[in-house]
Design a protein around this ligand. Structure first.
Ligand SMILES: Cc1cc2nc3c(=O)[nH]c(=O)nc-3n(C[C@H](O)[C@H](O)[C@H](O)COP(=O)(O)OP(=O)(O)OC[C@H]3O[C@@H](n4cnc5c(N)ncnc54)[C@H](O)[C@@H]3O)c2cc1C
Length: 465
């Protein structure tokens, strides 16, 4: 069942970029540490600018009298400033900034985005409520009457309120229970409207009476910088890369009853700098798929002219990849992902794959084989579900590489402490990589910690964002 394409993607050959065996991992680790320093510096700048913005707002509202309306007004301004800055930070986290993507990883950035979102939205909502309360206090009218008056007479209040509604809708659509019921495309479209919402909020902020001088210039610069970063890294760079590398489908290979590999051919793919363990967002330019972009990890060491992904049919779009025609053009965004070989800090790597998590593990295993002692543990429901198994077994020809193929149920193969110990023994000198469903990743991380692996040496990529 396993692919005829395993050899071209995996084996060394004329067009394979040479992998210097001796120093490669050390060099990758050094590059990673450098990237971490840049990411820390970038986050420090974000923190510093936040401090400046808050300082300017404090200057605006200070001194505050003891009058309730005055206090409500001051708090509403501060809530607006911190909340709006938070919204810009939310956008920055998903702007695909290379400095953050490579050091932190898209999954962690998306998690941070999700965790920060309710706070930022909450502060904007507090602003709306308190500003109405304050003005009602100043005018001596009721809160609802004041709200209606603001909505109908003050310029940009109505659009800003509509923007807040759009933002809250996006936040609610991300609520885990609701998100599971929504199609990914519906959720994504709702999120697209938040850009409109933020533009409306910006117009309201600029036309408001309190933003002048340095504060005004700084806010304009912040909006320009964030929207520029989004347009550059999420639109311009992907379009340029897709055009530059001219990727097309070269072959589709069935691996198991519900998993296929798609081999893609393109120009100068080494310049895409894809590392094992990374993923790209793929848009196949064929009817039915052109409006969707999905993340899939590379499942072999990238070559100068070939890349490969291995995909499980989970929904309409992933199932449709089995019917792709050779020659179909592909747009890509990426590469993304921070779970790469440079994370290894010792003489040993243990890779654990569950289901289609085998895709990045296959690529990582090849990067490690022969360079550090490597154990690959791969669990799938039945023997027929073990995709890429022959390729993994082939890696055992490298000294120090062992492959444990585990077909069976989660119940029989729990990957708990005892089970993991029985497979790979003492783990204190290992880096552990887990790629699979959230439950498997967390179970492996927990077991590895109990077996003495330090938390910073346990790595995983969330597939379920
Ligand atoms: C970083 C990362 C790497 C991945 N690598 C692989 C891989 O190598 N092989 C593989 O088979 N699968 C991989 N996946 C999962 C894969 O992206 C989804 O299975 C696929 O997008 C499902 O699309 P669908 O329309 O067929 O299914 P749907 O029924 O639309 O969705 C099934 C599940 O996939 C999620 N999903 C759908 N579209 C996206 C999207 N654009 N972005 C994020 N999640 C989405 C949905 O929220 C849902 O949980 C990866 C996911 C992530 C986040």
């Amino acid at each position: 069942m396993t692919t005829v394409h395993s050899a071209p993607v995996a084996a060394p050959g004329a067009s394979v970029p040479a992998l210097p065996p001796a120093h490669a991992l050390a060099r990758e680790s050094t590059a990673l540490r450098r990237r971490n320093r840049w990411a820390t510096a970038a986050l420090a700048v974000v923190g510093l600018l936040g401090g400046v913005v808050l300082g300017l707002a404090l200057q605006e509202v200070w001194p505050v009298s003891g009058e309730p309306a005055d206090i409500a007004w001051a708090v509403s301004v501060l809530a607006a400033v911190v909340g709006t800055y938070g919204v810009l930070v939310l956008l920055l986290l998903i702007a695909r900034l290379p400095v953050l993507e490579r050091a932190i990883g898209q999954d962690r950035l998306v998690i941070a985005h999700k965790q920060l979102a309710p706070w930022a939205m909450g502060l904007v909502a507090v602003h709306v409520v308190l500003v109405v309360v304050a003005y009602a206090g100043f005018a001596g009218t009721g809160v609802l009457a004041e709200f209606w008056s603001q909505l109908t007479t003050t310029p940009w209040i109505l659009p800003a309120t509509a923007g807040l509604v759009l933002m809250v809708t996006a936040a609610v659509s991300s609520w885990r229970r609701l998100r599971r019921r929504l199609r990914h495309e519906t959720w994504w479209t709702v999120h697209l409207y938040t850009y409109l919402a933020i533009a409306l909020a910006f117009a309201h902020q600029l036309t408001g009476p309190f933003l002048d001088g340095w504060a005004r210039a700084l806010w304009i610069a912040l909006y320009v910088a964030v929207s520029g970063a989004i347009l550059w890294f999420r639109v311009a760079v992907p379009l340029w890369r897709s055009w530059r590398h001219g990727l097309r489908v070269a072959a589709v290979v069935r691996e198991t009853p519900n998993v296929v590999s798609v081999v893609l051919r393109g120009r100068d793919l080494h310049r895409l700098h894809v590392e094992p363990g990374q993923f790209l967002n793929w848009r196949f330019l064929t009817p039915g798929l052109v409006y969707e972009s999905h993340p899939y990890s590379v499942s072999g060491l990238p070559r100068t002219d070939l890349l490969r992904i291995t995909v499980k049919a989970l929904g309409d779009s992933s199932a449709a990849l089995a019917n792709l025609r050779v020659g179909t053009r592909v747009l890509v965004e990426g590469p993304y992902g921070a779970v790469t070989p440079g994370l290894v800090r010792g003489p040993r790597a243990v890779l654990v794959a569950g289901g289609v998590g085998v895709a990045p593990v296959r690529a990582l295993a090849e990067a490690f084989a022969g360079r550090v002692r490597t154990d690959v543990i791969y669990r799938a429901s039945t023997p027929a579900d073990l995709a890429l198994a022959d390729e993994l077994r082939g890696l055992e020809s490298f000294p120090g590489t062992r492959v444990h193929l585990l077909p069976g149920s989660r119940h029989d193969l729990p990957l708990d402490v005892e089970h993991l110990r029985s497979l790979v023994g003492d783990l204190s000198d290992a880096d552990v990589f887990a790629c699979g469903p959230e439950s498997l990743n967390h179970r492996v991380a927990e077991s590895a910690r109990s077996l003495g692996v330090r938390p910073e040496r346990i790595h995983w990529e969330e597939f379920d964002l």
